[in-house]
Ligand binder design. Structure first.
Ligand SMILES: [Ca+2]
Ligand SMILES: [Ca+2]
Length: 172
């Protein structure tokens, strides 16, 4: 079973809609974060209410002991699309034009670019999720890194549902 703990005001409704479809449990939490518990791994997310450049967004994530989200499954991409916000995530081709890398240095294997993207139209080196796309999953576009957008941080957590407790959430 998949259990999602949602503690975001803005994204909670959208995420809850998404999660209901997946027969999951949603737990509301009075913090701007969201945790997903799978059988083998867990991630907590932060969905920003404000907007910053890609670099500023990444710094914000690092200050939360996290990083811009690395999307490594279709399910995770669908979840992030379901937040329905125009958001930065942890993918850039800044170092080598056309070679997209995640913020942990790993290369891009599976991608969800909108048709015609990435096009590097204005020297576009940072990727975002375009919430205006109708497709439930495909939504990536490359845009200039100095544009300001909302962002999503991800932090992997090392505990399982059985050990879930209020104190552990607060310690995040
Ligand atoms: Ca580029
Ligand atoms: Ca583009």
């Amino acid at each position: 079973m998949l259990v999602y703990a949602v503690f975001s005001a803005g994204a909670a409704t959208q995420a809850a809609e998404h999660l209901r479809c997946r027969n999951s449990v949603v737990v509301l939490w009075p913090k701007l974060s969201l945790c997903i518990f799978l059988s083998s791994c867990c991630s907590c997310y932060y969905i920003s209410p404000d907007k910053k450049t890609w670099d500023e967004s990444r710094k914000d994530c690092q200050a939360r002991k996290a990083n811009l989200v690395i999307i490594d499954s279709r399910e995770e991409q669908a979840l992030i699309k379901a937040f329905n916000k125009r958001t930065w995530f942890g993918l850039t081709d800044r170092q080598v034009e056309g070679t997209w890398r995640w913020v942990d240095g790993t290369s891009l294997n599976t991608s969800y670019w909108v048709k015609g993207e990435p096009n590097n139209l204005q020297g576009e080196d940072c990727a975002l999720v375009d919430n205006t796309q109708q497709h439930p999953v495909v939504a990536w576009n490359d845009v200039p890194c100095n544009h300001t957008n909302s962002w999503i941080c991800e932090r992997k957590v090392m505990f399982f549902l059985t050990t879930l407790s209020l104190s552990k959430f607060h310690s995040l």
